[in-house]
Design a protein around this ligand. Structure first.
Ligand SMILES: Cc1cc2nc3c(=O)[nH]c(=O)nc-3n(C[C@H](O)[C@H](O)[C@H](O)COP(=O)(O)OP(=O)(O)OC[C@H]3O[C@@H](n4cnc5c(N)ncnc54)[C@H](O)[C@@H]3O)c2cc1C
Length: 269
């Protein structure tokens, strides 16, 4: 039996949940539980602890009381801080609505005012130091929050390319980007079929001279191919690349994280 986490989460409350597009839900949390949440962490990870089906807030909260039960009974999933407004204590997290087969997605698809979950984090913001001549941003829907946060933080005179892969043309949204960043949207309806669309497009880009920084995340096999291209064919130094697998076809998050840890250990061995 796993022991309870060392850090205790905030239990936060939904103010509203809206579909941004057919496959993306923005959940806005608000309330005094967000007092002291650090501003300026857009794009950072957080961990969401999901209540069990039918669980009351009172019962859920007993797990995080100093003398609460030791066992870990709740699913935990990783998400991105999309935005936080300290003046109104409002926090947005964008969820891909990918069906009913995952506890986080199931929770988000049903979330209404007053729903709750546990939040741990945020971790550190992903990209804070912008020094490149050219930026490459690539994301599927799961990574659109980190991509959007990064694009909003880029210097106004930044140049680069942003490539987004979404499951329907209705998921294409207006996104704030610096004038020098060219945006391409790709539509791949079946997200459970391995896709090479982003890799093919990025391979076809005129590769610039000078320093390149990246913010790339999404399905694991796409990330593997892009990492190989950037590091082995384009020799982009690892320190200049944020590139991360956010989910993997056929694996739940715990299995995906386990796979990533095993791969990292194999590289270090
Ligand atoms: C650092 C980081 C930040 C992330 N930020 C976000 C975010 O802001 N928004 C967001 O939506 N996701 C984000 N993700 C991805 C999210 O953690 C995973 O998609 C997670 O698996 C969702 O949990 P679940 O309970 O819905 O599904 P799980 O129980 O983990 O998986 C159930 C099934 O759904 C499939 N699945 C999982 N994710 C997707 C998907 N995106 N599309 C289609 N099928 C999927 C799995 O392969 C599995 O078959 C992030 C991941 C990481 C590592």
């Amino acid at each position: 039996m796993a022991s309870r986490p060392k850090r205790l989460p905030r239990v936060i409350t939904v103010r509203r949940a809206d579909y941004l597009s057919p496959n993306m839900i923005r959940v806005t949390f608000a309330g005094p539980e967000l007092e002291g949440f650090p501003p300026g962490h857009e794009g950072a990870n957080c961990k969401l602890i999901l209540p069990r089906e039918g669980e009351s807030r009172e019962e859920f909260e007993t797990y995080f009381a100093p003398d609460g039960p030791e066992e870990k009974v709740h699913a935990v999933r990783t998400y991105t801080i999309r935005s936080f407004r300290p003046e109104s204590l409002e926090l947005d997290i964008d969820f891909v609505a990918h069906g009913d087969n995952g506890p986080a997605t199931r929770w988000a698809q049903r979330a209404t005012e007053g729903a709750f979950l546990g939040l741990l984090g945020p971790g550190p913001a992903k990209l804070t130091d912008f020094y490149a001549d050219w930026y490459l941003i690539a994301a599927d829907l799961s990574a659109l929050p980190v991509a959007e946060a990064t694009l909003e933080a880029l210097p106004a005179d930044a140049h680069g390319a942003a490539v987004f892969e979404v499951p329907s043309k209705e998921d294409i949204r207006s996104i704030t980007v610096p004038k020098g960043v060219e945006v391409t949207w790709l539509v791949q309806e079946d997200v459970h079929k391995p896709s090479t669309a982003q890799v093919d497009l990025i391979r076809g880009l005129d590769w610039p001279s000078g320093t390149v920084q990246t913010c790339i995340a999404g399905e694991s096999s796409v990330i593997r191919a892009l990492r190989d291209y950037l590091h082995n064919e384009r020799n982009v130094p690892k320190k200049d690349t944020y590139i991360s697998g956010y989910w993997k076809i056929g694996l739940i998050e715990d299995q995906h994280q386990q796979m990533k840890r095993a791969e990292a250990a194999a590289v270090q061995a």
